[in-house]
Every structure is written in structure tokens, then in C-alpha cells.
Design a protein. Structure first.
Length: 129
């Protein structure tokens, strides 16, 4: 795990991006959650701006603050296309309101990532996994 964390920290350093994780609450995060989890407010900040969003920590890591690797590995790093493309690629029904809500959230995340990082940086971000 140390190699993965170093990879994430190196990315932050190379892009001069600050990472902040602040505890928000302990609650259900995903619509289908059966158990509560720690939820954090994550902020990524660099010369291009900042992006703050909620992050639901893994149930296996309750009580542990997420690190840069935990968060960066989960971010959307590519354009998912249209709603129909998204649904087809991820097994959602195109008539589902839940699918549309999820699609909009993924597109919003991707748009924020492209605002903070250039194409080359997003390529390096995609290597964090």
C-alpha cells in the first residue's frame, strides 16, 4: 500500500495540488447502503481552483481518515459520454431516475477534474489505481 500512497502523493506534488479531508458525519452514503459509514468533505485545490465534494469511506476503514490514494483512485478520469453510453457501459436502465442522478453526478465530477487538471495530468491521475 505504501507504493500506492506514494504514487498519489507524488501526483499531488507534481500538480501542486493540496489535499484536505475533513470529517463530515457518520451516515448512509450510497442510496443502497445497508450500513452507515464515515463521510468526509474532500477538497482538492491548485492554481486552477478548488473542488470540494463528499466522500464515503470504505466500511472496512471506519474510523480511519481517507488518504490521498483512497480518494484519487476513485475519481472519474474519463468522459463517460451520453446518458445512453453511460447506462450501456455500466448496466443501468436508461429510463431510470436513479441512473440519471448517478450519471449527472459522474459528469459533474469529471467536469471538475478537467477544470483542475490538464489532459497530461489526468493521464497520470488515471495511473493511480
Amino acid at each position: 500500500m505504501k507504493d500506492y500512497l506514494k504514487q498519489a502523493e507524488d501526483f499531488l506534488k507534481a500538480t501542486n495540488t493540496k489535499f484536505k479531508a475533513k470529517y463530515y458525519n457518520h451516515d448512509y452514503y450510497f442510496d443502497e447502503d445497508k450500513e452507515t459509514r464515515d463521510i468526509y468533505k474532500i477538497t482538492l485545490r491548485n492554481k486552477n481552483g478548488s473542488y470540494t465534494f463528499k466522500y464515503g469511506q470504505s466500511l472496512a476503514n471506519v474510523g480511519q481518515k481517507p488518504n490521498a490514494y483512497d480518494v484519487l483512485a476513485c475519481l472519474t478520469k474519463y468522459d463517460v459520454g451520453s446518458l445512453e453510453d453511460f447506462c450501456g457501459n455500466f448496466g443501468y436502465n436508461t429510463d431510470s431516475r436513479k441512473a440519471e442522478k448517478t450519471y449527472r453526478a459522474v459528469v459533474k465530477e469529471y467536469n471538475n477534474i478537467t477544470r483542475l487538471f490538464n489532459t497530461e495530468e489526468i493521464g497520470k491521475l488515471a495511473e493511480i489505481n
